[in-house]
Design a protein around this ligand. Sequence first.
Ligand code: NAD
Length: 481
Amino acid sequence: MLPTLPFDPSYVLIGGTWRPTADTLPLVNPSDGSALCEIARSSEADVDAAVTAAHSARDGAWCKMSALERGRCLTRLGQLVLEHTDLLTTLETLDVGKPATQARADAIALARYCEFYSGAADKVHGETIPYLDGYTVYTLREPHGVTGHIVPWNYPMQIIGRSVGAALAMGNACVLKPAEDACLTALMFAYLAKEAGFPDGALNVVPGLGSEAGAALARHPGVHHLSFTGSVQTGKTIQMLAAENVVPVTLELGGKSPQIVFEDADIDAALPFLVNAGLQNAGQTCSAASRILIHRRIYDTVAARMADAYRAKIIGPASNDPDIGPLISTKQKTRFETLLKAAHDLPCIAETPMPDDLPPNGAYVQPRLYGPVPSDHPMAQDELFGPVQVLIPFDTEEEAVKIANGTIYGLVAGVWTESGARQMRLAKALKTGQVFINNYGAGGGVELPFGGVGKSGHGREKGFEALYSFSILKTVAARHG
Ligand code: NAD
């Protein structure tokens, strides 16, 4: 059952006021299929009102706040997020079906983003540029104005933190469109932002369908920058809509990320990262390590140990805090199971046991480990967004790099080797936005710029890079003689 909330979850927050929409959508708990509540089905008019409110904030109180004061708002917001970690954890557990420990980690990451960007708000400098005699030239970093944030359901809190947190730090007014499958923590975040003292309209939240509220936000001529995380297909649509208004867009679109295990790797250290990076959040992670490339000399050992780990995992309702919860929805379950049919000709070497008492209407799927898998097989090329990994043997470093770079994606890669020279070579050779050496994900640090190449998208969020993305560089050239 949904805990009591300090706002009506079927409302939108526009210009600091909670208000109903003409229509609503049902929100479902994916752990058992039960109805949680109704949420807003924002229309084009609601989105337009949110953009207008954001403009008012940009032209009014929000615009007048100094970087220091913006930072202090974010400091208070981070503190409030920490104080409400239990509630945010419960909401994400119910809404996303995310096991409680993983949901709690997301809430703490959200607080960390607020802390990081609170401290960074007044530390983004322009520069002076030596120029002709009689001139003084300098640059200013200014906010875009109104930024649109279209967020998916897999890591709502983390993605809101990295994108809205950075945009607010730079003084943008934000319109946030959370996913229709998971929007409760977005609403709670907006409630806390109001409590933290952000002026009305600095952060507006309009839940609703992608094809309605999402598309209305992406094509709105009053939006000056778009940040999108989700599928490649929707990312393309959003880039085309952004092109109509000639506004910049940051796209984070997922991947088919490899971890490469060389024969000299510390297998004990690697093992938890190899498995958990595929199964965390039931595999619904853009940077999931869905391909494990293993040197042929150690292939059997690593495959056997990963298979044991799969068999030892526990599946269950998210509130029981298992290793693996359900997928986000029965729609995603159907999509995943359809894509998984491609594996019919592959050896499945391990499955996680499915308990008999799983709620029948939950969106559970069985985690599966396949190997050896040819690197050009659809299961080694397509993003399934579920708890499945493929093992790919290789013989040489050159071959490993070729396989790792051989998909349409390029989000992250992991390399396990004790050879320093090989570490350096691979860090350069891998065509991804992040390379992890003898780890995978580096604990998700908010400080670390993140984003992809190829069909994984473009632009960077997290770290200071996000502050540059969420601002415009203006050059001022003063001729004074
Ligand atoms: P999606 O891309 O359709 O949805 C993501 C967000 O975009 C949601 O907020 C949605 O409402 C919005 N959206 C959808 N259509 C839109 C449109 N036409 N205009 C504007 N906004 C729109 O993703 P999905 O259907 O929820 O999931 C499908 C697949 O996308 C997944 O299986 C997975 O492969 C991928 N995905 C990737 C990530 C990631 O982190 N990279 C996250 C979620 C989904």
